[in-house]
Design a protein around this ligand. Structure first.
Ligand code: EPZ
Length: 441
């Protein structure tokens, strides 16, 4: 475990490259189980969750070659086990995405129940019910999802709740099923579209990906393919928010504005000047952000994965902004840490009422989940002094080389080990050990 030391007060300036999307890479890695032929994936982000998924595939006997460019060659023809162990699944609930492909391709799967996670209960009933509707026998015993099936049958599936991974799991099951499947109330996220594009390259017959009505004509088998992972819209939004927060001027390459229009609209409402091209977005800001009201919603609405970052923006903005979380029941844990940094936030059910203060105060804070940890780094960038962010293994799950990218933009940020003692902030005589002195090296 390590910590990040973040010195506040420096406007972010410069340009960085946006990585491939974590939430696109994970389902597409699982989709490689649907064929025995080689798959070639490029623009795969170098993240803890990707490493975990590669480890999971390797445990099953799948051959995975990681090139130094982070391109992946995957050969599932050598698979010998259909087992996803608790020790891996508990660290990354998206491991459940191997369930649909294993049942569809091999008629068998033993996948640990993901269990809850920091942001909510995160049930998987829609995944299991959909597979049953397609003819699989699915039961749970000793904490594992067990599934058995002959060739799956196409079915009309209606998702009671919009769920990205349930849509993806059932889409991957349907592509090899006998006959036609329909997924209604499907998730429309760009990552679902990217998965559908990859499956289509593999020979699947899919219509309507990106809408809430997806139609799949099952085929007997899929062949290998090459696929470039979509840019990460949440990483993009996180760095744009950081630039606005620090009144900087950044240019993000290898990304696309159409992936995060709801976020860009809110950044403009908060005072950001935004320009863009086919594969870049530029943000400039010279004044304190204005408070905005956001309500999270399934795509194309405002993404829940950007909620924590906008809570931080509102915490230092001019005015009062409300942040309403409609997707997860417990996604305000960053609020308690921000309050320790002087943020004026009142929680009322699933709404945070945020009254902006001129600046946050640095403090030792603890990350609780992936996007909350990113928001604490943003808070540190906007605070006076040096903020110490603990438990940053969360952040390594979803942000590739965050300190290198922020350093490239001029931020003063460094990773230290657990033995680092934040000391008592602000004691003048501790010049050799105060965080600022340490951070400057
Ligand atoms: C995906 O999670 C993303 N993860 C999440 O990103 C993202 O926050 C979320 O979609 C919402 O956009 C990946 O794509 C790997 P859910 P997903 O648990 O689809 C209910 C990040 O930070 N539900 O399905 O797994 C559930 O209670 C992560 O990158 C059921 O009721 O989200 C919730 O209210 C965090 N039954 C809603 O659906 C089910 O069977 C969505 O939750 C499944 C879900």
């Amino acid at each position: 475990m390590s910590r990040l030391l973040v010195d506040g007060g420096t406007p972010l300036e410069g340009e960085i490259r946006i990585s491939g999307a974590k939430n696109s890479a994970l389902p597409i890695l699982a989709a490689c189980l649907l064929t025995d032929e080689p798959m070639h994936l490029v623009n795969v982000p170098h993240l803890l969750d990707v490493t975990t998924t590669v480890e999971l595939l390797r445990r099953m006997g799948v051959e995975v070659t990681v090139h130094d460019t982070m391109d992946l060659e995957i050969g599932a023809g050598s698979i010998r086990s259909f087992f996803a162990p608790y020790e891996l699944v508990k660290t990354m609930r998206a491991s459940i995405l191997v369930l649909g492909p294993l049942v569809a391709r091999h008629g068998e799967a033993h996948v640990s129940l993901p269990g809850g996670c920091a942001i909510g209960v995160r049930p998987v009933d829609l995944h299991l019910e959909g597979l049953r509707r397609m003819g699989a026998e699915v039961w749970v015993e000793n904490g594992y999802i067990r599934a058995r099936a002959g060739r799956l049958r196409g079915a009309h599936l209606f998702l009671d709740v919009v769920s990205v991974t349930a849509t993806e799991n059932l889409l991957m099951a349907a592509v090899l099923a006998e006959g036609e499947s329909v997924i209604d109330n499907a998730a429309c996220e760009p990552e679902v579209v990217d998965l559908a594009r990859c499956l289509t390259r593999m020979g699947a017959r899919i219509r309507g990906a990106g809408t809430d009505h997806i139609v799949v004509e099952g085929v007997p088998r899929l062949h290998g393919a090459r696929h470039r992972i979509l840019p990460d819209r949440i990483e993009t939004g996180t760095y744009l928010a950081a630039a606005l927060l620090t009144r900087g001027h950044v240019r993000l390459k290898h990304t696309r504005l159409d992936l995060l229009e709801a976020v860009v609209e809110k950044l403009r409402e908060a005072g950001a000047e935004i320009a863009y091209g086919p594969d870049w977005i530029e943000l400039r800001s010279v004044s304190r952000p204005r408070a905005v009201d956001v309500t999270t919603a399934p795509y194309p609405g405002f993404p829940t994965d950007m909620q924590a970052q906008f809570t931080v923006l509102n915490a230092v903005a001019e005015g009062v902004g409300t942040v309403r979380e409609t997707i997860f029941e417990n996604r305000f844990m960053h609020v308690h840490e921000l309050q320790r940094m002087g943020a004026d936030i009142r929680l009322s059910g699933r709404t945070a009422i945020v009254r902006g203060v001129p600046a946050l105060q640095s403090a030792p804070v603890t990350a609780t989940d992936l996007r909350a940890s990113a928001s604490l780094v943003l808070a540190g960038l906007g605070a006076e002094g040096t903020t110490v962010v603990d438990c940053i293994h969360h952040i390594d799950r979803g942000y590739e080389c965050i300190e290198e990218k922020l350093t490239q933009l001029g931020a003063r940020i460094r990773r230290v080990g657990l033995n680092y003692d934040p000391g008592v902030f602000g004691r003048a005589e501790d010049t050799d050990s105060t965080p600022s002195a340490m951070a400057r090296g």
